[in-house]
Write a protein that binds this ligand. Sequence first.
Ligand code: NA7
Length: 547
Amino acid sequence: MTAREHVTDAIVVGAGFAGLYQLIRLRDLGLDTVVLERAPQVGGTWYWNRYPGARCDITSLDYSYSFDAELQQEWEWSEKFATQPEILRYAEHVADRFDLNRDIRFGRAVTAARWEEQTQTWTVTVMPADRWGAPQDHSAGELYRAKYLILAVGNLSAAHLPDIAGIADFAGRSFHSAQWPEDGVDFTGRRVGIIGTGSTGIQIIPLVAEQAGHLTVFHRTPNFSLPAGNRPLHPEEVRERKADYPAYRERARHSFTGVPVPVPTRSVFEVTAQERERVFEEAWESGVYGALLASFTDLSTDADANELAAEFIRRKVRSLVEDPELAAVLEPRGNYFGTKRTCLDTGYYQTFNRPDTTLVDLRQEPLVRITRTGVATEGRHVELDDLIFATGFDAMTGSLLAIDPVGRGGLALSEAWREGPYTFLGLAAHDFPNMFFITGPGSPSVLSNMIVSIEQHVDWVTGFIERAERDGAPAMHPTEQAQREWMQTVHDEAAKTLYLHGNSWYLGANVPGKPRVFMPYVGGVGQYRDIAEREEADGYPNWERVA
Ligand code: NA7
């Protein structure tokens, strides 16, 4: 391969919300920056996840950038929870408004990154991407070289297709939720099957049920889902929020999840059963991410307290699903409430009251194989025209390890992370100088309002680079000790909670063979921000120059 080479100061991988903001901030520093993006346009996860019903589970007035006062005043959200097309339009608006596209190379899949000891730069290999973002045409590769490499590749961007026997045999149409055709899919009159009832499946199911001739849901673990209570935004509430934005955003930055819900002060055991019910009911109705889990101090830490909330939700499911046998399948069990990301739905449970929707309980009749014409379980064969996989992601590490950067001494990230990810603050890794993660493992990002975390990480990394540039741009990485201690902190924070007991993608539990390590920092975005700011104020004591 004779590759063309481009030299810049910084390379950002990914043009989602993290990459876009990082480009803006690096331009502020006067650095020549290029963004490499495998999709044909900006948006990241909001470009790929175009399945029916795709929405954010954080309210639109929260899930938006705060860095520019005019931007947040001028943009108008239409609903409490924005749809994927609206969020994508917002990303496009930001790209236009700040003239970002001129520094973004679209349709480029990054296939490798290597630290060159001699020149103290990163060399990144890029191939043209196919319509799903995969590299193609290896003869047309390019090389990019820069002092700084920032991986803004997202946490939920490596689609996971389970290893089910016969998966390639299916002769009908099949779709993964995160690789949805750009022009949509018409299911009218068709026999559709869906595997996966996480946040994604729970959004897809009610809409496909409405359109399909018949929908069969292959259901394994029942998740906790709360009503989103979605609705158009009232002009008055928008006006109020916009007037209060500076103070509100500041509260969000120092809150636990990046959404400033009231901090609980009471144990669930301190109140009467009547009061408990009232508080749970209010949180259930609020449609605010994290509200029910944060309604008492001990729901995430005490198994008995958690069970009270879990049982409240099971009662709700029983009241929403008419057939008691179906309700029993759907009642969330097997994980503590909140240890997997709680789903928000619009009419999910009610969908199972439809005569044209069938629920197949894979715990009673395990899935045997996919055939040419449908899905076989131990109990039946379901004939299908279309099959949807809402089976999630190789989360948090999947898209980083797909690039598998090679750092000092030829050390590959996959080797350094053989037993699970090691980072300092989720922002950088020892032996990978001048390379940064935005929302990396070890940061609170996936437990938070992602945009609040993204802005914090990008600002921090920008501050770090600004200081490095002032100091003559030395190659820096976090010390091995700091990294070890941070991962211990991440584990210790999780061990105070019930999170370690959930079979979640936070733990890598959804991908066979993945190291079972709890990856996000659960101490909250406010506490995390304090730690990161102290590191900066103290002059980065946990970093060292590479020799
Ligand atoms: P999730 O939450 O990882 O859900 C994946 C779903 O797919 C879940 O119901 C799984 O069941 C199911 N699954 C996966 N493999 C299989 C097999 N082999 N057989 C049957 N069922 C299977 O992914 P989502 O896309 O819904 O959500 C990811 C995040 O995106 C979400 O947390 C939000 O933050 C946004 P299981 O639970 O493993 O029994």
